[in-house]
Design a binder for this molecule. Structure first.
Ligand code: SAM
Length: 246
């Protein structure tokens, strides 16, 4: 089905023929929206530090995932009000989590941020890290990730394959959870372990939920949410939000 906007609809909405978005980034284009979050000082400076720390993961460039980072900071800020720690499954160099740590001044927060990753790429179904799945996207980045999170002694990098590494920590209650493994089976295994540990009303940020070509993850998350009598909110960034029912 084509979703192009017809001339009559364009006219009735007051949209000019040459529709140009005011902001484009990360495959999202918007027009006539208040994007104040991007220039809000604590977010803007947190994002700048995260972007610098993530250049090696982005071939030396900056990938404008600010809106995704904004979603993560918002959900984590909500988590500050809840019992439990913060968790990210799938960290790499930590674009989302570094933005959170800087924006929330996490070193002063009396919580631990558990950062789970192989820090060397995505294990495939044969349980090995192969070139075919990872291409040149991922490399051994543990030392760089350690450097990125060095200002935050309460951010703990946990290196190894999920879900096996979850029980290598004293992780109990969870106030904020980000899942970004790019792998439906691993994400399901992690959620089966972590759902009961989430505090009521805690938010799960699902990074790839509505990404084209990630349909297996979309299907898995919809089934998982339905099994908890809930559903996932699709965001224009491609992220999904799932709230632990109170
Ligand atoms: C898209 S990246 C995460 C990006 C990150 N959230 C950010 O903000 O920059 C996906 C990560 O998931 C990790 N990963 C995938 N499957 C994993 C598994 N089974 N165990 C541990 N890490 C895994 C990969 O190593 C990779 O770093």
């Amino acid at each position: 089905m084509a979703f192009g906007i017809g001339r009559t609809i364009r006219r009735s909405l007051g949209i000019k023929k040459k529709w140009r978005p005011d902001y484009v980034g990360d495959n999202v284009g918007v027009r006539r929206k208040n994007l104040g979050f991007m220039s809000e000082p604590s977010f803007a400076s947190a994002w700048e530090r995260a972007a610098e720390g993530n250049r090696p993961a982005w071939d030396g460039r900056v990938k404008d995932v600010r809106w995704r980072a904004h979603t993560a900071v918002w959900a984590a800020r909500h988590g500050l009000l809840l019992p439990g720690d913060f968790v990210e499954c799938g960290v790499n160099l930590g674009a989302l989590s570094m933005t959170i740590c800087h924006a929330l001044d996490f070193a002063k927060v009396t919580k631990t941020f558990y950062l789970f990753d192989t820090y060397e790429g995505i294990p495939d179904d044969g349980r090995e890290i192969t070139q075919s799945r990872n291409g040149s996207l991922y490399f051994d980045c543990y030392a760089l990730a350690e450097k990125n999170f060095a200002p935050f002694p309460n951010a703990k990098l946990v290196k190894g394959w999920l879900p096996g590494t979850l029980d290598q920590t004293s992780l109990d209650r969870i106030a904020y959870l980000s899942v970004d493994l790019n792998h439906a089976d691993a994400e399901k295994a992690v959620m089966d372990e972590l759902w009961d540990r989430l505090s009521p009303s805690a938010i799960v940020v699902i990074d790839d939920y509505a990404f084209a070509t990630h349909e297996d993850q979309h299907e898995m998350w919809d089934e998982f949410a339905a099994s908890k009598k809930s559903s996932v909110l699709t965001l224009p960034t491609g992220q999904g939000l799932l709230v632990k029912p109170a």
